[in-house]
Design a protein around this ligand. Structure first.
Ligand code: C2E
Ligand code: MG
Ligand code: MG
Ligand code: MG
Length: 290
């Protein structure tokens, strides 16, 4: 009996594994074609100043355009990283982001744009030179570009990271540490490495609602990072009470559904031009006036 059960399991699993391999191969081939066809677009999520409510900063977030709709990055970036396809995708992202920054400058706005850099790109030996060349070709001022990396990318090879970060900073780019507060979180990275911005991960912001210790941690981080001369961004701000807490804690910038979702470029331009985003009026379900 046991034997037949075992056989049953094998018969059950084999096709499943083959299915999965087939699906991955198909996804990989589709991604390759998407790169040739440049079938990616960027959405731009506002990052607002907590003091003024103005959206002077945006984060570029990639989407894959397919006939049946837009595919979010979580569904294709991991495979792109495993297969090396993230390198050409990353270059397309840089070109789109720089073209948009140039348009914004021509329209007279001084928007700063954050771009996510994958671990593979960061480790690619041509990365820094390629980035500088693309920025120059698009006539983009590196001071308006924020490169978002994660601590794990620094920790993977601290010596190499120091050299790369040094070259990027000398070239005028600004560096943000993304997703701080999950996984590898290491304060020494932020003390020892020359970064400009730290983004508190949305899981930390979420726990502000119900976790007293998270509240102490977040206000402590904000104070500490500011004393280190870093700008602090809170990610994933969804509620007015999170906004209020962060504002009282002196957080510099915030990003989340409360202020705006990732937008097509025209809508982002309009928001960037608008005098102020008023989070209190935007989506406050507590103090909503009748
Ligand atoms: P991330 O860099 O941490 O980006 C923030 C993610 O949080 C975005 O998801 C954004 O839409 C989402 N988000 C923003 N506000 C809120 C909120 O209030 N609540 C919730 N629940 N989520 C919020 P998205 O666009 O799906 O991107 C996911 C991840 O994919 C990004 O996380 C980033 O790691 C990666 N990614 C996106 N674009 C690129 C890219 O161009 N290159 C690379 N290498 N990675 C990218
Ligand atoms: Mg990011
Ligand atoms: Mg993040
Ligand atoms: Mg991330």
């Amino acid at each position: 009996l046991a034997k037949s059960e075992g056989g049953g399991r094998v018969r059950f699993f084999e096709p499943a594994i083959a299915e999965e391999a087939k699906a991955r191969l198909e996804l990989k081939n589709n991604l390759k074609r998407a790169i040739e066809e440049k079938a990616f677009v960027l959405r731009y999520q506002p990052i607002v100043s907590m003091a003024t409510g103005v959206a002077e900063h945006f984060e570029a977030l990639v989407r894959w355009m397919r006939p049946d709709g837009m595919v979010p990055p979580d569904r294709f970036i991991p495979l792109a990283e495993e297969t090396g396809l993230i390198i050409p995708i990353g270059r397309l992202v840089l070109d789109m982001a720089f073209a948009r920054l140039r348009r914004w400058r021509e329209e007279g706005s001084s928007i700063r744009l954050a771009i996510n850099i994958s671990r593979n790109q960061f480790q690619d030996e041509d990365f820094v030179e390629d980035l500088i060349n693309r920025a120059r070709a698009a006539e983009v001022d590196p001071a308006t570009v924020v490169l978002e990396i994660t601590e794990s990318m620094i920790i993977a090879d601290p010596q190499a990271a120091k050299v790369i970060l040094g070259r990027l900073i000398v070239s005028g780019f600004r560096i943000a540490v993304d997703d701080f507060g999950v996984g590898y979180s290491s304060l020494s990275v932020l003390v020892e490495y020359p970064v400009h911005i730290v983004k508190l991960d949305k899981s930390l912001i979420k726990s502000l609602e119900y976790d007293v210790r998270a509240r102490s941690m977040v206000s402590g981080f904000i104070a500490l990072f500011q004393r280190l001369g870093l700008e602090v961004v809170a990610e994933g701000v969804e509620t007015a009470s999170q906004h209020e807490f962060l504002s009282l804690a002196g957080c510099d910038l915030a990003q989340g559904w409360l202020y705006g979702k990732p937008l097509p470029p025209e809508a982002a331009s309009a928001l960037g031009r608008a005098a102020a985003v008023r989070p209190d009026n935007a989506a406050d379900d507590r103090d909503a006036a009748p």
